[in-house]
Design a protein around this ligand. Structure first.
Ligand code: HEM
Length: 182
């Protein structure tokens, strides 16, 4: 049985990419459930009453949290995995760093988890304070939102920049190798 299920010549590096697919599928699941919930009339009415999609706490939940969990959690993580898989296969040259495959994943996945939870959490708390007319307390809570969203945005940004660096350094290695071959 085991023999049939295994595919030959899957490299150790390529196995590191499986977690990208699992995480991307999970983030799409969260994003699609979020998408359906935010269209249900009572939830839609709540989001509209706190400013969605134009501004205020509602804007944090719809479209910001919804857009980014799907686009970054779903699409971008998948694109990163496909790029890391295809570059060595297309060029015949190993990636500049395999360690950066894991750093890219954890910074991006933890970053988008933090970014989404911050937008959703603060969006709901601030939305309820807005509806209760507690504007002073809302300002206090929002003063914690700004540094929090900045920190998780930086972590998520690091995931992107490590990925860009790894691809660009690999491209440099690829062209040098191709030049030497000629
Ligand atoms: C580190 C990465 C990123 C950070 C920190 C980030 C942060 C933000 C923030 C703060 C806004 C809201 C601006 C406002 O107040 O209206 C925004 C809007 C948006 N972002 Fe990003 N973003 C990132 C990457 C991306 C990527 C890669 C995409 C698409 C491929 C994307 C798609 C969008 C869209 C579509 C909006 C507009 C949502 C709307 O108001 O309709 N973002 N982003």
């Amino acid at each position: 049985m085991r023999e049939e299920t295994l595919i030959d010549n899957v490299t150790k590096e390529e196995r590191k990419l499986f977690k990208y697919i699992v995480a991307s599928t999970f983030f799409f699941f969260v994003g699609t459930v979020h998408g359906v919930l935010q269209i249900l009339p009572p939830i839609r009415a709540y989001l509209d009453s706190i400013g969605s999609p134009y501004g205020g706490p509602g804007h944090m939940i719809d479209p910001l949290a919804h857009a980014h969990i799907n686009v970054i959690g779903g699409v971008v993580l998948l694109c990163m995995a496909v790029s890391y898989y295809l570059v060595p296969r297309l060029t015949g040259v190993k990636l500049y760093s395999t360690r950066l495959i894991n750093y890219t994943f954890w910074f991006t996945a933890l970053g988008i988890t933090g970014f989404y939870s911050t937008l959703l959490g603060f969006g709901i708390v601030e939305g309820n304070l807005l509806l209760a007319g507690q504007t002073e307390q809302l300002e206090v809570v929002h003063s914690y939102y700004k540094p929090t969203i900045a920190i998780v945005s930086f972590i998520m940004g690091m995931g992107f920049w490590i990925f860009f660096a790894n691809v660009f350094m690999t491209a440099k290695k690829v062209y040098r190798t191709w030049r030497e071959e000629n």
